[in-house]
Design a protein. Sequence first.
Lengths: 364, 110
Amino acid sequence: MIKLKLMGQKELSTKYKKQIIQKFVKAMKRAFQGLGCNRLWPAEAAQIQAYFNSFLATWFFEKYKENPKKFREGLKKLQANHLYSLLYDVVVVGLKVAKRFENYPINQKEIVDFVTFIASVAYEKIRNDIFCVEGTNKILSKDEVTNIIKNTKWIKTNKEISKEVAKLSISADSLDWSLYFDAHPIGGMVTHGPYRCKDGMLIIKDWFDLNPPSWAVENKHPKLLMYLIYRPIKDLRFDIMNHFTTKQNMPKKLVKFSVVRGKKIMNAEQIKKLTSYYNRLTLKQTQYVNSLKPLDIIVKGTEICYYAYKIFFDYYKMNWRPPKKVYINIKQQRLKYWNRYKFKPSLVAPQNTTQFDPRDSFIM
Amino acid sequence: MPKQKIILKGIPASAGVVKGKVRIILDPSDNSKMKKEDILVAKITDPSFVIAMSKAVAIITDLGGLTSHPAIIARELGVPCVVSTLKATKVLKDNDKIKVDGTKGIIYKI
């Protein structure tokens, strides 16, 4: 395993940059292999991102050039998973597009340097496994984990309640997907761990915003946290897109849990009620999205992506909503990219991950 | 023991073996068709399948990979799942009795 020692380094060496890029490309390849031939709802990522990612990527790059120190402080406000998504959703492809099609003055080396700069901030926020290439997504320190284990009011599971916890988890996931679309689920949730503990391993599911301002949905319970302690699951592996896989039966491995809504710990009955509530919201929201015209879906998808970096925009005292030129671009381009990047099995083949390699100018 | 005929293969996405009746859902507004103990069969799922999925004893899809929605949800629920069968919605019919092996990625007619 290559150990990266980036913390506190002012200038990253060529060797480290190379290692970071190799890890990023490896992580992206694994994530796409996991997705397989998958049709996303309500649109493929590229059907929406193509309308704005060069604008957003160059905006980030300009801020970096203006004042790298300030830019670094701004990035530190974001979670590691959002820094990862900034790379794979926005920066790498956006800068390549700007360079190749919009005569934006940037060379391949500058793209690589910018990617490694962002990655170095992410590295400071996680516990060693950058881009989850070793299969973990640890963002808490040992002390923080110890505090959670010690101070959480745990409920021991049985077969029935394990199932109810799982149902609430998929309800919250589905609501998150309905609000942020399949392409940007980390807008509203992050799952992290596994953290070793006495009874096995702790996984934390954090739905931190299930009521984004892009929609008129009024969710009375926009924040939900699940602390889940499982017996050891050796094959559990996270990927860079915050998915995890295992061949084990998760509910059967659950030892104890705590579900926290807002600041309140929930009992079994409340869990069931919240599941029904979230399911109703999800159905309403998906029906609404399915009734939208493609151009409206593009606008909403664009806002969803910008909103994911709201904390960063706040740091720069800027409105998180896309600038006017992005809305104008959507109007002018009409359905050009919507039609070009419609789901086709050939477009999701893993070899196309080359487009996420910042060293390579290839774009789909 | 009667011989079981393999009718479909795909990517094993959530481990376990279960028998049940096929329920094909092509439009999520058909969620109410799902009964407890049914096996959900779909091209791919989206968030509006959440109620159907929470009732299913297994999930089979034409598309998807190990980290697609149906796979994630099946693992959370601890029910078998086979994705990327390419043609499950065409080969299977409502009420077919099948066995899903989510460990091997195989679907048998029983």
